[in-house]
Design a binder for this molecule. Structure first.
Ligand SMILES: C[S@@+](CC[C@H](N)C(=O)[O-])C[C@H]1O[C@@H](n2cnc3c(N)ncnc32)[C@H](O)[C@@H]1O
Length: 408
């Protein structure tokens, strides 16, 4: 079966996550663009489960047919064929995504076709509503508010040059859950910087490897702050999670947030442990070779800084990170991953990275590409020379660099 994945606002990160989670089931990567990944998958796919699991995917669906966009009657027929007719009040929506080639605006054509389909449905006595949007796509908020996936359908048009696939959306990201998880938490330490929950979820998915097991893998966030990564690990179903921080206020905050999560979203706190530790001494508190994966956003430096302070900050952070990795060598099992964020400082449009990769290589760490080498040539994939992915928002002075390390 061929599935389409509508990608989030960092397509490279979304693709890396999907490929890492589905690795065993991927038969062929058919096509990718900055909006869509089209893949042939084998075996049974539980789309709803997969959707909840992925932080970087907005919608998942299946391709069902192709349509000739130059034939109006074909367009109307294909929409008609793909609508469920057994609903007393049918809601339907249409979205367009680009898979490749020239970007064609088909909105007027689609509007005309939708009106024709509405008229046909009416003739057959089926009440219907066509859910329109000013954009070429219906957002997941519109899909959910209009119950399009439960009491109707969304048909998507995936345009690839002169070809156009038709797909049906099977699931979309729950915007309510993310709003609740991000803004509903009782203790948000904004001044320490909070990682967006979706990014935490993606990083946890990137930490998976063949030995991964929700039951057995011990996940560690040694800079847990207010506990966003711990929260995502718990929601993902990990049974063994440790969060540590050297700030006592952060420990209290993470505990409060997780208790809130247990009451509001998830039943049991299970095996989460949160305690005080300076990362530079963490091997005194955690057994050697016991951790299955480290997923973390460390201290990224002050939010405000002048350009003259920058080199000092980079040097200090470099030392902290190198000490942290020395400790990771002791507590992490061999060949397991550290998925970590490094800061990138932007000063007058120049980016300054932490210059510690050579020293980490000397410690025996290897960088893992988050994307298979076969895809690196695609213009959609944005990977740095350091084999990292940059995650940023416009105007940010400190950008996030996502890196994956392993040590044999
Ligand atoms: C960027 S915050 C983590 C944010 C967290 N991911 C969240 O969303 O809440 C970094 C955390 O690192 C902690 N930290 C700084 N230096 C540390 C050290 N040497 N050992 C352990 N934790 C440290 C700070 O107290 C802070 O809570």
């Amino acid at each position: 079966m061929t599935y389409f994945f509508i990608l989030g606002n960092n397509p490279t990160l979304s693709i890396a996550e999907i490929i890492n989670v589905l690795s065993k089931q991927i038969v062929k990567i058919e096509k990718l663009s900055s909006e869509v990944l089209l893949i042939k998958l084998s075996g049974k796919v539980s789309v709803l489960e997969l959707q909840n699991q992925l932080g970087g995917t907005i919608k998942i669906g299946q391709t069902v047919d192709q349509v000739n966009l130059n034939s109006f009657s074909d367009l109307v027929d294909k929409i008609w064929q793909n609508l469920p007719k057994n609903l007393s009040n049918l809601y339907f929506g249409l979205s367009t995504y680009y898979l490749g080639g020239q970007k064609r605006d088909i909105s007027r054509k689609l509007k005309k076709a939708a009106l024709e389909v509405k008229a046909r449905l009416k003739k057959q006595g089926i009440a219907c509503r066509w859910v329109e949007s000013k954009e070429k796509v219906l957002s997941s908020v519109i899909l959910q508010k209009n119950k399009l996936l439960s009491s109707g359908t969304e048909i998507v048009f995936l345009i690839d040059n002169n070809k156009c696939y038709i797909g049906k959306t099977l699931s979309c990201q729950s915007f309510k859950n993310y709003v609740l998880k991000d803004f509903g938490r009782p203790d948000r330490i904004i001044e320490k910087g909070m990682i967006p929950p979706k990014l935490g979820q993606i990083m946890l998915n990137l930490s998976r490897d063949p030995s991964f097991s929700l039951e057995k893998t011990l996940i560690l966030d040694p800079f847990c702050g207010s506990g966003t990564i711990l929260q995502e690990a718990l929601l993902m179903g990990f049974k063994s999670i440790i969060g540590t921080d050297k700030n006592k206020r952060a420990i209290v905050s993470a505990q409060k947030n997780l208790e809130w999560l247990v009451q509001n979203i998830k039943q049991s706190l299970g095996g989460v442990r949160i305690f005080y530790s300076d990362v530079r001494k963490i091997s005194k508190k955690i057994r050697a070779k016991s951790v299955g994966a480290i997923v973390t956003e460390p201290y990224l430096g002050p939010l405000k800084f002048s350009s003259s302070e920058c080199s000092f900050i980079i040097r200090e952070l470099g030392q902290l990170y190198l000490s942290a990795f020395e400790q990771f060598s002791i507590i992490l099992k061999t060949n397991r991953k550290v998925v970590i964020i490094f800061p990138i400082f932007r000063i007058r449009n120049k980016q300054y990275f932490l210059p510690i990769l050579d020293k980490l290589k000397n410690q025996g760490w290897q960088i893992q590409s988050p994307i298979p080498h076969s895809l690196l040539k695609s213009s959609v994939i944005k990977i740095t020379k350091r084999e990292s992915i940059i995650y940023s928002r416009p105007g940010q002075k400190v950008l996030r660099e996502i890196l994956i390390f392993k040590k044999a």
